[in-house]
Design a protein around this ligand. Sequence first.
Ligand code: AMP
Ligand code: ZN
Length: 140
Amino acid sequence: MSEDCIFCSIVAGDIPGRIVRETNHAVAFLDANPLAPGHTLVVPKQHYGRLNEIPGDEAADLFDAVHDLSAAVEDAVDADAVSIGINDGEAAGQEVPHTHVHLVPRFEGDGGGPFHAINPSSEQPSEDELDEIAEAVRER
Ligand code: AMP
Ligand code: ZN
C-alpha cells in the first residue's frame, strides 16, 4: 500500500468506493466522475504505478476481471458497447498513479469517439518507418 494513494485507500476500505468485484489480485469499483453510467475502474490490489510493473500472474488476474466485467458492466446499464483503456503514464493522461483499467459503457449515438480519436501526430509513417518500429518492439 502506498500512503496518500486514493486507490490503495479504496482497496483497503479506508475510504468509500462502490466496489463491484473483488478477485485475488484485483478490485473493481465505479468511477466517481463517470464518463457514462457504469464507468468502472479495475485496479490491482497492490500499488503499481504503471501497467508493466505488475507481475505476470497479478496482471493475468486483473485482465481476467476486465474480461468478465466487460459483459457485466455493459449488461448492467443496458449499453451497446464498451470502450476499454488505460492511460498508462502521465503523458497519456494518467492522473491517479495507481494503474487502472477504464471500462466505459458506450451507447449508439453517444457522440464519443473511438481510440483513433487519440491522434497526436497527423503524419502517417512510411513503410520503412513502420518496419523499423516493428523491429524495435520485437528486439525488446
Ligand atoms: P486517469 O486519468 O486514467 O488516472 O483516471 C483516474 C480516474 O479516477 C478518473 O476517471 C476519476 O474520475 C477517477 N477517480 C478519482 N478519484 C476517485 C475515487 N475516489 N473513486 C472513484 N474514482 C475516482
Ligand atoms: Zn495505490
